[in-house]
Design a protein around this ligand. Structure first.
Ligand code: AMP
Length: 588
């Protein structure tokens, strides 16, 4: 297939904000695409070459791309740079300059999807001496045979700016329409949730239909989307909701890790599918040593331990392990333990459909527990009092709170889903009216007074899973210390956007916009109806959205969460409901 056909589809996708329309455009296109290219096409529509868990990202510096544009179009570099300063997007610059270039036919070669994939792979893998020059030339070579639209998307892809609205959920909808029926949508989503590979799902359904989709199993090496917990405001409500009897575990304050223990070694994934193996080499080794299965996938929380007292340390201490350098020292200085809480797979047996107690038993029998490999502390409780008592001991042990887990026969591992089979309850719930929020930064306001010359406040958004859009909930200006204020440009400026990003809904207009990428943890006093914020607009009341009052940054950058994993608008609506319930209780 010619890349121009793909670029035209991207252009059509970008020109609509209706998710239904996007789904139809994608479905029609995927249906006609060559099956052997489907996988690449799906990855390219998300600006990638492979699923997120495969190492390697495309990230060419803007200036290098500008040089390639100048080189191909014969435009002086200073003029190209000026255009870039004006538009902020190398894609737009390429589009307008390439459209003016003379078409050369003698040395042209068709720009096919296959050629683009090869070229982009070479750019991603270029390493060592002259790598910048080689990247530049490879891109220039592709631009040489591009029309304006292809040039726009090539430059956006190499600089990590591809956002045409082909979110995972939209692609899954499109696959159901193109190759099956809407009724099969949940089975298609399950295949995605247990493989985290949208390209694989697309290729499987197109070539083998629904039988092949249903035959996809959890497998070592492909991360499984993590199961998430709902929240309730009191232990009493949790025990009642669980039917009067449930398991409760300590909720540890660390980093969630999904360990894939295979014949060829151990790989650790974060909840946003980053490979964390090099951050926790000691944990990987201990899991391998203590595992009695040939193969297994388990989950646990990695927690830093004070080497002098043996006490658990807060989350910040384990983040040292995320830094690339000095790992040997970090392993010695900050010992880490993994507290295992789930088993998703063991020796050919997909355990995601087994009940909670069986999965936990698989951990207890499958590992030699001790040292750095521990089980989460758990108790089966049958009353509010027992639950409260357990919560107090969790807090006394420096945990964040508790995780209640259903022990019913249907207590399966629901990959990629948030539901009431797991319910979290944190100590913050007792202080503030609401839980903490993990929100995406979508804009910034320049500071005044002591903050002049820096960003003074940020525009924060929650994620709407239904529409795949980011909707604002607050302007955040408190909780920033000097170090954070100074570090903000380094943290955020890589995601600067000249205009409001296509997937952001906002009425408040900041001084600068950011593509949603950075997630911050925020606490607040209350969720209120808001005339200006766009989250859950018209859901509770016509013309009003939901905003959060007195937001304060906790100091925690959630770099373990992707923007799509931040607090959802649905959760905020539920929290608003819980809050109303709470104050009803108070006024009784
Ligand atoms: P939150 O990030 O507040 O939504 O809480 C969910 C997170 O709690 C999970 O993703 C885990 O990282 C963490 N966690 C800590 N202890 C447990 C546990 N016993 N069971 C499940 N998750 C846990």
């Amino acid at each position: 297939m010619l890349y121009s056909e793909l670029a035209e589809t991207f252009d059509r996708l970008e020109s609509t904000s209706s998710r239904l329309e996007m789904t139809d455009i994608l479905a029609a296109f995927l249906k006609t695409a060559d099956r052997s290219e489907l996988r690449s096409i799906v990855y390219l529509s998300q600006g990638k070459l492979h699923p997120d868990f495969v190492p390697g990202v495309l990230g060419m510096a803007d200036r290098l791309v500008l040089r390639a544009i100048a080189f191909t179009s014969g435009t002086p570099e200073d003029k190209v740079e000026k255009m870039w300063v004006e538009t902020g997007d190398p894609g737009n610059v390429a589009e307008s300059l390439i459209s003016r270039k003379k078409q050369m036919t003698l040395f042209s070669e068709d720009l096919t999807v296959e050629r683009v994939v090869k070229g982009l792979t070479a750019i991603q893998d270029a390493d060592g001496k002259d790598s910048q020059e080689r990247k530049m030339k490879t891109l220039a070579n592709m631009l040489h045979d591009s029309g304006p639209l292809e040039a726009r998307y090539l430059c956006r892809t190499v600089t990590g700016r591809m956002r045409v609205g082909a979110a995972d959920m939209t692609i899954l909808d499109a696959l159901a329409i193109a190759f099956s029926t809407k009724e099969d949508r949940p089975a298609i989503e399950r295949a995605f949730n247990i493989t985290c590979d949208i390209g694989l799902v697309a290729e499987t359904i197109a070539t083998g239909g629904m039988d092949a989709i249903r035959a996809i199993d959890v497998s070592v090496g492909s991360p499984v989307k993590v199961m998430l917990a709902e929240r309730l405001p009191s232990v009493a409500q949790i025990v009642e909701r669980m039917g009067g009897r449930c398991a409760i575990e300590y909720k540890y304050d660390g980093i969630r890790v999904q360990a894939h223990i295979g014949k060829d070694g151990v790989r650790l994934f974060s909840r946003r599918l980053e490979d964390l193996t090099s951050n926790f080499p000691d944990i990987a080794e201990e899991l391998r040593r203590t595992c009695r299965y040939g193969e297994a996938i388990i989950e646990g929380e990695c927690v830093a331990i004070d080497p002098d007292t043996g006490n658990m340390l807060p989350f910040q201490n384990v983040t040292h392990r995320r830094k690339k350098h000095g790992m040997d020292e970090a392993v010695k200085e900050v010992p880490v333990r993994i507290f295992m809480f789930d088993c998703l797979y063991r020796d050919g047996e997909d355990m995601t459909s087994s009940p909670y107690l069986d999965r936990r038993a698989a951990l207890e029998t499958g590992f030699e527990i001790g040292g750095a490999v521990q089980m989460t502390t758990m108790r089966i409780v049958e009353s509010e009092e027992e639950g409260e008592d357990f919560f107090s001991s969790a807090v006394a042990s420096r945990c964040e709170g508790i995780m209640a887990k259903s022990i019913e026969s249907d207590s399966v591992y629901r990959a990629g889903n948030r539901g009431f089979l797991w319910i979290k309850y944190k100590k913050d719930y007792q202080q503030a009216l609401t839980d903490s929020f993990d929100l995406a930064v979508v804009g910034a306001f320049y500071g005044m007074g002591k903050r002049a010359g820096r960003y003074g406040a940020l525009l924060m958004a929650a994620y709407d899973q239904e529409t795949c859009r980011f909707e604002t909930v607050c302007k955040l200006g408190t909780g920033f210390d000097d170090a954070f204020l100074d570090g903000m440009p380094a943290l955020l400026d890589g995601t600067l956007s000249e205009t409001k990003p296509a997937d952001v809904d906002a009425e408040m207009v900041p001084d600068v916009w950011f593509e949603p990428a950075v997630v911050l943890e925020v606490v607040a006093a209350e969720i209120t109806l808001s005339p200006i914020h766009t989250a859950a607009r018209d859901v509770i009341k016509d013309g009003a959205g939901l905003g959060i009052r007195f937001p304060r940054f906790t100091g925690r950058v959630r770099d373990d969460k992707s923007p799509e994993q931040c607090t959802t608008v649905g959760e905020i609506v539920d929290m608003y409901g819980m809050q109303a319930h709470d104050s009803d209780g108070l006024s009784e």
